[in-house]
Design a protein around this ligand. Structure first.
Ligand code: ADP
Length: 600
């Protein structure tokens, strides 16, 4: 994948000059390489040896021709010896190349695995405020694409870069030393050709980028419509979509053909001008040979060296682009690694604390960090005694979920304090604190895996009996036992689809297994069928036993049994009391909410 990206034009934001400052940005990434620097240094050494020995190849090949023509000198005294030397060079070169590739792979594979794990555990430890700002797709591509790019850089690009530079420098020194006249002649012609080829090439890459862009927008049509195929069909817009796609394809072909025209011209240019240049150099060289100023072998070496050098010049352009991209990738990865986490995810065991579950919100003021202008909560105060059950009600957007997010310490409060068991919640160790809170969310997400794994999510390492007991208490066993594979039934994207009520019962089993002191029930907005409803209600009653419970109630019918109802309005508690008390408050918010719901 990374390979296909080579040679494509860089976006503006990917263009980074290779200056000191930018190279420095790679240093954060180097810290991941550090543990494997032994491998890296040996790899570099092998790389230099293999590149320099290979540079002996043209020289000795030239000598082979000279010896054939009867000009033996030094160790190059007969054809067989020279051929053996050539084979020797190849052998050294290939052995060293093997180790070079292997060693660099050791470094890049291990370092990148470390980096991925590091990045992932960083992500796990980042606060909700971070996730509010980022798109998930973007984060996934940090861990996949960006690191793949860096891996490529450390396994291939960097090595190639060094090799090409070494080839360029050493190769040039050799030809200028061995055949100065011809080298000067070449120097006068070639750079002009190389530069014009580079400019032309850049233009062509721009065009092919345009083709890719067109293709991408055509792909969006496919993606969107396949994702919402039900809508397309319901609106019978199949034909419209096909025509839209066809039109888009037409544009792709048009741009692609335009680029092909220039590419054709480029290729003819290369064939004519570049090879023309080679002919000119060879013509000059042949003249030198004829005049007896140069041997045939020297001419051959010269031609081979220039091929090497030419190749490395061509390669460097691409590699330069690759390194620029890598700097961009490392910048993006480092940006995440430098974020401040809410906690370190480490091997350190989580200290267990057992709370009673006395909750007190004192004068809470809060705005979401991404929406500082909107004061979601203002001077909010309420309390829940250990073991009590309360409901939070209020119209949608009143701030009910926000209260829960604050209790979970997803966000820091701006004003006031939240106390649990009389202590500011910020004083507890984060994970130990959260372990005391269980939640049955509105939208129940089951992870891909078995039902057993999904229930055990509430308590890693739970025994089979514990899991079964939780499932029974949650009324989940009632339906699980009817699946042929029972607890081993796969759920999630690739498994069976469970109904809303079934998912809720799994979530309840999860919470029962977790056995938290404080329980949060974010009631599902959509109602279930009567049978499911009664199973779920029964399971919830079981779950709520002996726990401080906060219910976010959307359907008021279900909360008559709670000790107290808090009505949220404009960021404050507007009313509180039992259902009976509140329903009798004429023109009260609660009363109005109930009336509204009865109308539905
Ligand atoms: P409720 O649960 O009562 O429906 P919420 O607590 O979800 O209300 O929302 C209260 C207010 O906070 C709303 O105006 C909502 O738009 C805003 N809000 C909720 N979550 C976020 C968030 N992550 N970032 C910014 N604003 C949010």
């Amino acid at each position: 994948m990374a390979k296909s990206k080579r040679g494509s034009t860089l976006n503006e934001e990917e263009k980074r000059p290779l200056n000191k400052e930018n190279i420095k940005k790679l240093t954060g990434i180097f810290s991941f390489i550090k543990p494997y620097k032994g491998y890296f240094i040996v790899g570099l050494f092998f790389l230099l040896i293999s590149s320099t020995t290979l540079l002996g190849f043209p020289y000795v090949t030239g000598k082979l021709v000279d010896v054939a023509q009867g000009n033996a000198e030094g160790i190059f005294n007969d054809i067989n010896t020279v051929a053996m030397i050539l084979i020797g060079i190849l052998a050294v070169q290939s052995i060293f190349s093997f180790f070079r590739v292997y060693l660099f792979a050791q470094v890049s594979e291990r370092a990148m695995a470390d980096m991925r794990t590091g990045l992932y555990s960083k992500l796990m430890g980042l606060p909700m405020t971070f996730y509010d700002k980022k798109r998930i797709g973007e984060l996934v591509s940090r861990i996949t694409t960006d690191i793949a790019l860096l891996q490529d850089t450390f396994s291939v690009t960097l090595a190639e870069f060094i090799r090409q530079i070494a080839t360029l420098i050493i190769g040039s020194i050799i030809i200028f030393y061995a055949t100065p006249e011809l080298s000067l002649f070449m120097l006068a012609t070639f750079p002009v050709l190389v530069i014009s080829a580079m400019v032309f090439g850049k233009f062509i890459r721009k065009l092919s980028k345009k083709t890719q862009d067109e293709l991408a927008s055509a792909n969006i049509i496919v993606e969107e419509t396949l994702q919402s195929i039900n809508i397309v069909k319901a609106f019978t817009s199949e034909l419209i979509e096909v025509l839209r796609y066809k039109k888009s394809m037409g544009r792709v072909v048009k741009v692609a053909l335009k680029s092909a025209t220039y590419r054709g011209a480029f290729i003819s240019f290369i064939i004519f001008a570049m090879f023309g240049g080679i002919v000119a150099v060879m013509w000059y060289g042949a003249n030198l040979v004829q005049a007896g100023e140069m041997s045939v072998g020297d001419l051959l070496s010269f031609v081979l060296y220039t091929t090497f050098i030419g190749g490395s010049i061509a390669g460097l352009g691409d590699l330069y682009g690759q390194i620029q991209k890598a700097i961009g990738a490392s910048e993006r990865v480092m940006e995440i690694l430098d974020e401040e986490g809410e906690q370190e995810i480490g091997d350190k065991a989580i200290e267990r604390i057992s709370l009673y579950g006395d909750i007190q919100f004192n004068g809470i003021g809060f705005s979401y960090p991404t929406r500082k202008d909107i004061h979601v909560l203002e001077n909010l105060a309420f309390g829940v005694k250990a073991g009590e059950k309360v409901a939070l009600v209020g119209h949608s957007g009143a701030g009910k979920s926000t209260v829960i997010q604050l209790l979970l310490r997803f966000y820091p409060v701006d004003k006031g304090e939240i106390l649990v068991d009389g202590r500011n919640i910020n004083q507890y160790q984060l994970s130990s604190y959260r372990q005391n809170i269980g939640i049955v969310p509105q939208e129940i997400i089951l992870f891909g895996g078995t039902i057993r794994e999904n229930i055990a999510y509430g308590k890693p390492g739970a025994t089979e009996e514990e899991i079964l007991e939780a499932a029974e208490k949650a009324n989940a066993w009632l339906f699980i036992k009817d699946f042929p594979e029972k607890m081993d039934t796969l759920v999630g994207e690739r498994g069976v689809k469970l109904s809303g009520g079934q998912r809720q019962r799994i979530a309840i089993a999860r919470a029962i297994l977790k056995n938290p002191t404080i329980l949060i029930l974010d009631e599902a907005t959509s109602s279930l069928d009567a049978e499911s409803e009664s199973y779920v209600q029964e399971a919830l009653d079981e779950l709520m036993k002996n726990r401080t419970t906060i219910i976010i109630a959307h359907r008021l019918a279900t909360i008559r049994k709670v000790n107290k109802i808090y009505v949220l309005k404009e960021g404050k508690i507007a009313e509180s009391g039992t259902h009976e008390e509140l329903i009798n408050t004429v023109d009260g918010t609660y009363n109005n909410l109930v009336k509204l719901q009865l109308q539905d």
